[in-house]
Ligand binder design. Structure first.
Ligand code: BG6
Length: 487
């Protein structure tokens, strides 16, 4: 792919964790691949800590190098990548410093991309300061999550940013949308005649979406303790995955066609009645336990976390979608830190055959099941029944596997790389539109409110397990279980 979309990529929070781990490595990968970034494209890092460009490049060399390229660093590509980088020392607290930035970018080519890899409290001041020096023209702005703390604060940010940038200029990142397998889900659903006729209540019994992590809160205890799993993972990543799984086929893949369909799903989510929350939502918090044999401490003893914290590190939900395609089909969503495995997957359980001349296995729920694994290894597995070899007609569960890394040996792209290229090239489909974000907040708010008002502490679970027992019990009420509990 050859591009001539020139750009000036201005990175606020240029010495932050996200820049170090994700953004600069993704830009380097795009640069190394050749042809993905216009030759003339520039990166202008903005930060306070480095004195000048040399100081910044030293920081990049010391901190970013170790995060690039799993396949080894290409020293020549790295050296030419560094040549793209300029630096502006700027104190975000001083709006007058933005004149320095304006002068630094005024002669640089192409569309201006302002990437705000900062805390959300800085989004509005940065946007206003950019506008004060005329930098909101010919520009795109990228906002990282968390975009607000609830509907009200998210609206306040969106209103203020919206006074300065038009919606088409605003790219709200949800990095799950940039993951290759999520793209593949769209390809699977809308590129094949095979699945779509079955993708509905008549044939689907239940759907599970899991994002499980082995990691704890790492160095982010302070942030996480004020956030919790519902805000950190459900309001965004899980509801975005849900909307892609459940959406109607869009008319085309242009950004608004896709986002309109996702929005319809989010608006059709059955509102949670606060009196029913105990039946449809489970919250948990990890206690001390072990991850793959290594002891790990309890959440409440992690640095930055309050000793008596009631923040949830685990959520399981039963969600319903009130439309013709999905009425009555439970969607079970789950996410958590310090769980037994790192896995993100979508499980579609099909209904059993209506009558079996072949004996009871064919009537068993889950005989036909599609498992779309997003990570760690991207696979799609279709379970079906086949005759066991030999005498008689005995059925056994078998599966058809598609392992993408074996099928497509190269060309895989990290989520951030794809998303940054989309911003530079003006493709909005994989970014969250304001109305989607509002609909997602509106849906989670009753749960947030109930959890904060009622005396309902999270249920404990040992680190290294699959969360509180109540999560399994919720599925058992619907005659089903989480995938790992089968057999
Ligand atoms: C982030 C959350 O959005 O997603 C983190 O803030 C979480 O808490 C991360 O660890 C998970 O992303 P991934 O791509 O590692 O599954």
């Amino acid at each position: 792919m050859q591009t001539d979309s020139s750009f000036t990529f201005v990175l606020f929070g240029g010495t932050g964790d996200l820049s170090m781990r994700k953004i600069l490595p993704a830009l380097y990968e795009a640069h190394r691949a050749g042809g993905m970034l216009a030759e003339s494209g520039r990166i202008v890092a903005v930060a306070r800590h480095a004195e000048d460009r040399d100081g910044y490049l030293q920081w990049v060399n010391e901190n970013v190098k170790s995060h690039v390229s799993k396949n080894g660093l290409d020293e020549a590509a790295w050296a030419s990548f560094l040549k793209r980088i300029d630096y502006v020392k700027l104190d975000l607290g001083k709006p007058e410093d933005f004149a320095l930035l304006r002068d630094a970018v005024s002669e640089l080519p192409g569309i201006r991309v302002f990437y705000l890899a900062t805390g959300p409290s800085l989004f509005v001041p940065i946007c206003r300061a950019l506008a004060s020096v005329g930098l909101n023209e010919n520009a795109r702005i990228v906002l990282e999550k968390p975009l607000g703390y609830d509907l009200k604060s998210s609206n306040a940010i969106n209103d203020a940013v919206g006074e300065i940038f038009a919606e088409e200029q605003i790219y709200r990142i949800d990095h799950y949308l940039g993951k290759e397998p999520v793209q593949n889900l769209l390809a699977l659903r809308f590129g094949n005649a095979l699945f779509e006729p079955l993708w509905r209540r008549e044939w689907v019994e239940s759907i599970q979406i899991t994002i499980a992590e082995e990691l704890g809160v790492e160095a982010r205890g302070d942030f996480y303790d004020n956030t919790g799993a519902l805000r950190d993972m459900v309001q965004n990543h899980l509801l975005q995955l849900l909307s892609i799984v459940a959406m109607e086929p869009p008319h085309s893949m242009d950004s608004d066609s896709v986002r309109d369909e996702k929005l319809r799903v989010l608006r059709a989510l059955k509102p949670v009645d606060e009196r029913d929350i105990g039946k449809v939502a489970v919250r948990g918090q990890y206690h001390a336990g072990g991850i793959r044999g290594t002891p790990v401490p309890a959440y409440a003893t992690e640095p930055g976390v309050k000793k008596d914290s009631t923040t949830e590190t685990f959520v399981a939900l039963k969600v319903e979608i009130e439309n013709w395609r999905w009425a009555g089909v439970p969607f079970f969503l789950r996410t958590g830190k310090r769980l037994a495995d790192r896995v993100a997957e979508i499980v579609v359980n099909f209904r059993p055959v209506p009558h079996s001349a072949l004996g009871s296995p064919a009537l068993r729920p889950g005989a036909n099941r599609l498992v779309i694994r997003l990570q760690p290894n991207e696979t799609i597995r279709l379970y079906c029944l086949a005759k066991q070899p030999g005498e008689g007609m005995n059925l056994a569960s078998v599966h058809l596997d598609l392992a993408f890394d074996q099928f497509f040996r190269e060309g895989q792209m990290e989520a951030y790389q794809r998303l940054l290229l989309d911003v530079i090239n003006g493709r909005l489909a994989l970014f969250v539109r304001r109305d989607e974000q509002e609909a997602a907040w509106r849906w989670v708010e009753p749960i947030l409110n109930e959890w904060s008002s009622a005396n309902r502490p999270p249920k404990p679970y040992a680190a290294g397990t699959w969360g509180p027992a109540a999560s399994s019990a919720m599925l058992a009420q619907h005659g089903t279980c989480w995938l790992e509990e089968e057999n």
